[in-house]
Design a protein around this ligand. Structure first.
Ligand code: GDP
Ligand code: IMO
Ligand code: MG
Length: 438
């Protein structure tokens, strides 16, 4: 999607996460010079297949697998430094050279051991309001950021300031842990010792991501901004409170790396040809019983971060129209089409009804979304393998017809169709999408 007029592209999930953003970013990184993550933390699990090798990235942008690409973690990301160091080591032992290729914003906040402890304690005490978080300390880390008591990478230059912030953080966390009747307590010195282990590495990678990106663009570079999670997990536009704690949508991309929104040229929304969700909260087109089991099995739908089974459902065009509106999507990438190859019938939700009336817009209330009934269109399955298709014309007519409907109901042009996890298993469509083909 890069061209002379497209220099900065945002890639966002347009459902509930795990849409295949990692694969798309990896494919697009071929044409990029810098790839930057703008939000989220190690709650993400982005899987990239390169040849026979599979890499699962939690913090490092998926562009890292292309040699020479510079990869940045922006100020909007919350960085668990021990997970980061482990991930860097994991890549190094598999022959990925990181020298000079990774940068961390000095303004990025750290996820500390007490954030994980608080995440677990809140979840365990939440009863029916349990979010089903990934347990990576994300909510508590963003809470400290917004409450103006977080520890940023840049703070590590000052040992006194680091100690002060950690002391206050530990005291506050222990008070909450006690109130929530857990036995776990955090120790200031243990946290400071653990920070000392990674301090040199973090400061060695510290940079101003905004400045780097602006300079990169000014000198003719091409930038990919990689989103984590999905639009329906956005703190404002998602299915609150069953969301993550950051702005996952494209509006957060500029703020999350330190550039102005006027530098962003296009926003690519990644969707599966069906839907999945991990954790709790409404999922209007959710399948159950044997049908759910079958789709989960066909799509290998188990979380890349926690291993939890994902909840499968049919493609939901209401969700994607909502995601399109809040992101300003200019194109869609549809992934995992091949997963539907063996099905007799494929359903596509075109809209919702609530209490017998058509629903206009997208419900802001999770309780309402639990009550809506999707209006389904039924498509006959193509019952042919699509994995080897490389061009639009190679796809079976029934698959093309399904994708045409998906594009029409989503109201966004489809520019990529992915038919397998590998790079080459990708069909590219012209600007204007499917409507511009036959
Ligand atoms: P992300 O979080 O959006 O990057 O997505 P995940 O990596 O969590 O989940 C997507 C999974 O689907 C990964 O295991 C990918 O390797 C795999 N995948 C991506 N695209 C395709 C595709 O077109 N077909 C199939 N069968 N698998 C795919
Ligand atoms: P990627 O980037 C799918 C979900 C969790 C939970 C909610 C809040 O791989 O698409 P959190 O730990 O963020 O406080 O959990 O968000 N969640 C994801 N679901 N893919 C992800 O990331 C997710 N990151 C968080 O399951 O419902
Ligand atoms: Mg994932």
């Amino acid at each position: 999607m890069f061209s002379d007029s497209v220099r900065c592209l945002v890639v966002v999930g347009a459902q509930w996460g795990d849409e295949g953003k990692g694969k798309l970013v990896d494919v697009l990184a071929e044409q990029a010079t810098i790839v930057a993550r703008y939000q989220g933390g190690a709650n993400a699990g982005h899987t990239v297949r390169v040849g026979e090798d599979e890499f699962v990235l939690h913090l490092i942008p998926s562009g890292i697998l292309y040699p020479t690409r510079r990869c940045l973690l922006g100020n909007g990301v919350v960085i668990d430094p021990w997970t980061l160091v482990e991930e860097m080591e994991g890549l190094r032992v598999r022959g990925i050279d990181l020298e000079g290729r990774l940068g961390l914003s000095r303004r990025a906040h750290l996820v500390l051991p007490y954030h994980r402890a608080l995440d677990a304690a809140h979840e365990n005490s939440a009863g029916t309001e349990k979010i089903g978080t990934t347990g990576r300390g994300i909510g508590p880390a963003y809470r400290d950021k917004v409450a103006r008591c977080g520890l940023r990478i840049g703070d590590l230059r000052d040992a006194g300031r680091t100690r002060e912030i950690v002391e206050r953080g530990v005291a506050a966390a222990n008070a909450v842990l006690e109130r929530l009747s857990t036995d776990e307590r955090v120790d200031t010195d243990a946290v400071l010792d653990a920070i000392e282990d990674v301090r040199g590495t973090l400061l060695g990678l510290a940079t101003d991501t905004g400045e780097e990106l602006r300079a990169g663009l000014a000198s003719g570079g091409r930038v990919l901004l990689e989103g984590a999670q999905g639009s329906l997990l956005d703190i404002d536009h998602g299915t609150y409170p069953f969301v993550t704690s950051s702005t996952t949508t494209a509006g957060g991309a500029a703020a999350g790396v330190g550039i102005g929104p006027t530098l962003i040229d296009e926003v690519l929304g990644v969707v599966k040809a069906y839907t999945t969700r991990v954790g709790n909260g409404p999922l209007p087109t959710e399948l159950d019983g044997e049908a759910a089991e079958r789709l989960r099995h066909l799509g290998a739908e188990f979380g890349a971060t926690t291993g939890r089974p994902r909840r499968p459902g049919w493609f939901d065009a209401s969700v994607v129209r909502h995601a399109s509106g809040v992101n300003g999507l200019t194109a869609l990438a549809v992934t995992k089409l091949d997963v539907l190859d063996t099905l007799d019938e494929i359903l596509l939700a075109t809209g919702y009804e609530l209490d017998g009336e058509p629903v206009r817009g997208f419900p802001d209330s999770a309780a309402d979304l639990e009550r809506v009934s999707p209006v389904f269109e039924v498509h006959p399955g193509w019952r042919t393998e699509t994995e080897d298709c490389r061009e639009w014309e190679d796809l079976p007519e029934r698959a093309r017809s399904y994708l045409r409907a998906l594009e029409r109901w989503s109201e966004v042009p489809v520019r990529y169709v992915s038919v397998g996890a590998a790079r080459r298993e990708t069909i590219r469509l012209p600007a204007g999408g499917i409507a511009r083909t036959s």
